[in-house]
Design a protein around this ligand. Structure first.
Ligand code: TYC
Length: 102
């Protein structure tokens, strides 16, 4: 028989089964009413920035209209957006935060 004959014809490429997770940028939007200190406290409390980093990011948003708080996997990015929006609502600030795929 031909049971030890070489296979012919079909070559299947083996792909690694794991994929790197997609990454998402969490963005903070500027507005005219949210106090600077509140934005800094959000960046420290939710995004684990130092006082200096938080101040830099806040000023960047204030001056350019938008800024990046961090880049995370989807579930973490979404959780942080929710935490920001909840804190803003609780404190009656119009602060907006969104996520975008990197
Ligand atoms: N523009 C606000 C002010 O002058 C400060 C501010 C900064 C608001 C960043 C939102 O994401 C923001 N009080």
């Amino acid at each position: 028989d031909d049971s030890d004959a070489p296979e012919r014809g079909v070559a299947t490429k083996v792909r690694p089964k794991t994929k790197k997770p997609s990454m998402y940028r969490v963005l903070l939007m500027n507005d005219d009413y949210t106090p600077m200190e509140f934005v800094v406290s959000i960046l420290i409390g939710i995004f684990k920035k130092t006082q200096e980093e938080a101040t830099q990011v806040m000023l960047q948003v204030h001056q350019s209209g938008m800024g990046t708080c961090g880049v995370y996997t989807f579930e973490i990015a979404e959780t942080k957006v929710t935490q920001v929006m909840d804190a803003a609502k609780r404190n009656q600030h119009p602060l907006q935060c969104t996520l975008e795929k990197v």
